[in-house]
Design a protein. Structure first.
Length: 118
């Protein structure tokens, strides 16, 4: 369940700008704000069915785009690889000293900052 929620949020982060304004708004309220379909319908002045249709179509469109581009898949792989390299550098830094340790820690910090950007 939590993994599915994360996946939907990533889809919206990556591809939300490609949706219609109404689809994006419905998805943001449903995925990010965790509002029910009824709450969204009331807030936007549309039917619950209208909200459901917008969310369903938007999610389908975003999944199709992801299947074609693979951006989220590559993003996740890159982040995981950076994490592994960072962990190896941390272990290496523990076994080093002096200038070597400082250089390793500097590289690790650079990788950690890249993880935040990726």
């Amino acid at each position: 369940m939590e993994n599915d929620r994360l996946e939907r949020c990533l889809l919206l982060d990556f591809y939300g700008e490609l949706l219609t304004d109404k689809q994006r708004e419905c998805c943001e309220l449903h995925f990010n704000e965790d509002l029910s379909l009824g709450e969204i319908a009331e807030q936007l002045g549309i039917s619950r069915q209208g909200v459901w249709d917008n969310v369903r179509r938007a999610e389908s469109a975003m999944r199709d785009i992801e299947n074609k581009t693979g951006l989220i898949r590559r993003f996740s792989r890159t982040r995981d690889r950076l994490e592994k390299v960072s962990e190896k550098l941390a272990r290496l830094a523990e076994q080093s000293e002096g200038e070597t340790r400082k250089m390793i820690e500097s590289v690790k910090d650079e990788i950690d900052s890249m993880k935040l950007e990726v």
